[in-house]
Write a protein that binds this ligand. Structure first.
Ligand SMILES: Cc1ncc(COP(=O)(O)O)c(C=O)c1O
Length: 477
């Protein structure tokens, strides 16, 4: 068959130059950052795959939308544009803007959780769980077992295990379950989707027991794409139709618009219940800003409204997920251990398998992310024991089954050539994995420790032993 390629459904109108660094400069930068890629200066980074959050390239239409910002304190026209877009594509009754996703999580947790409650979820997300725990809840993971198995190739590894939900109801009683938080395209599981069938069944079970179901809709559009291509009944439905149906099974959602919705800042909370909406509007004034701006400028809400419309276009979402798949395929075919199927927003390297010589309490994923930066200036993120934190009761490190490095792809930002450079560096490091050295904490913050923690190598000052003949002069010449 003749090969027919497709490419990104956009062309580049403006460029942002990147700084090339030498190996010596990168070694100094990572030492200064305490071997934590979060603490690197972005100007020292060549290809920034730290996160897909707030890092999207906005379209010319979104930039034009910024000029239409109505910066009135109350009742900005841009709020109504945003409300209209959320109504149309997500379908919830009440829309409350927040400065980003965690603002919505904070308000939802405060409204719906009493101390001693339990929250069920298909795997935790850091900020979501932190807010649930701050409000007094205990988080119970009800994701299916396949999500914890990096080698399992099931198409919907984000699914809720209904038997685990039933067991939690049996153990705690429905009255103590504040709500079930159903995350779309589960981030910490590798960007793995939930199937429509599973969301429908989870919703039925929750309704039967009077338990509220809230979506974390941060990556619901990416999830909708996977439903379209993997769930035969939805092959002929549009992304917009699938998204609406997905949301129809929930009582509301929290959403970080910094992902699917293609903006650099923003989020929203949606609820269908009128009383809950009243309470949320009272609370948003305290913590975020008036209910018609929620901590955002009018122009931010305009860009978000336009971004939501662009996000559901099939060509956009196919190219976005296609680029992630492209990087995943290159690594997989070179024998690098990654989570398969490749998820929606990132390729996750199984750092425990990549670095079998580094024990879990020397944080192999943290070490691999640091070594990757030293090798090529590519910035990735640890998603393993450092991110998981400590057991609140015993103070021991939590060691989740998955010890991952996340190569997160910003939307509409990098080209296939950037993906090639990234893959080549990971593949070379895999070949010389024994040159990577484990780490220990030298500073550990109390909350969300992965953001600001500092480390040092178990021996010496290098996380990556120099390769013979390594170039220590300005690189990329
Ligand atoms: C699944 C998920 N939920 C919630 C959030 C929090 O959103 P924000 O960073 O906008 O506060 C994120 C951010 O990465 C996320 O990935």
């Amino acid at each position: 068959m003749v090969r027919r390629s497709w490419a990104e459904p956009f062309k580049i109108k403006m460029v942002e130059p990147l700084r090339m660094t030498s190996l010596g400069e990168r070694e100094a930068a990572i030492l200064d950052a305490g071997f934590n890629t979060f603490l690197l200066k972005s100007e020292d980074v060549y290809i920034d795959l730290l996160t897909d959050s707030g890092t999207s390239a906005m379209s010319d239409r979104q930039w034009a939308g910024l000029m239409l910002g109505d910066e009135a304190y109350a009742g900005s026209v841009n709020f109504y544009h945003l409300e209209e877009a959320v109504h149309e594509f997500y379908g919830f009754k009440h829309v409350i803007p927040t400065h980003q996703g965690r603002g919505a999580e904070h308000i939802l947790s405060r409204m719906c959780i009493k101390p001693g409650d339990v929250v069920l979820g298909n795997m935790y997300f850091t900020t979501t769980k932190a807010h649930q725990e701050l409000a007094g809840a205990r988080f119970i993971d009800v994701i299916c077992d396949q999500a914890h198995d990096s080698a399992d190739r099931s198409p919907f590894k984000g699914n809720v295990d209904l038997a685990k939900v039933e067991a939690a109801i049996e153990q705690f009683g429905a009255g103590r379950i504040a709500y079930l938080c159903l995350q779309c395209n589960v981030n910490m599981a590798g960007g793995q989707p939930v199937s429509m069938e599973n969301v429908r069944k989870t919703s039925l079970l929750c309704r039967k027991h009077g338990i509220r179901l809230f979506l974390d809709a941060t990556r619901a559009v990416e999830n909708a794409y996977f439903i379209k291509v993997r769930e035969p009944a939805y092959a002929n439905r549009s992304i917009a139709q699938i998204l609406r149906e997905l949301c129809s099974y929930a009582d509301g959602c929290t959403c970080s618009a910094k992902k699917d919705a293609l903006v650099n800042i923003g989020g929203f909370l949606c609820v269908n219940d009128d009383d809950l909406a009243d309470e949320a509007r009272n609370m948003v004034v305290l913590f975020e800003g008036l209910h018609t701006y929620g901590g955002l400028a009018g122009r931010d809400m305009e860009a978000m409204a336009i971004g939501i419309r662009e996000s559901v276009e099939f060509d956009h979402i196919r190219a976005r997920i296609g680029q992630v798949e492209y990087l995943g395929r290159m690594l997989d075919s070179a024998g690098v251990p990654i989570i398969r199927p490749v998820g929606g927003h990132a390729v996750f390297i199984d750092a425990a398998a990549f670095l079998p010589h580094i024990p879990r309490d020397q944080f192999p994923a943290q070490a691999l992310a640091a070594a990757l930066y030293v090798d090529s200036g590519v910035r990735a993120m640890e998603r393993g024991a450092v991110s998981a934190g400590r057991n609140a009761d015993t103070g021991e490190h939590l060691f989740p089954k998955l010890e991952l490095v996340r190569l997160t792809i910003p939307r509409r930002v990098y080209t296939q050539a950037h993906m090639d450079v990234t893959a080549e560096s990971v593949i070379e490091l895999h070949a010389r994995a024994r040159d990577i050295i484990g780490l220990r904490f030298v500073y550990e913050p109390k909350f969300l420790r992965f953001f600001q923690a500092k480390f040092q190598p178990m021996v010496g000052e290098r996380v990556l032993r120099l390769a013979p003949g390594a170039d220590r002069t300005p690189a990329h010449a």
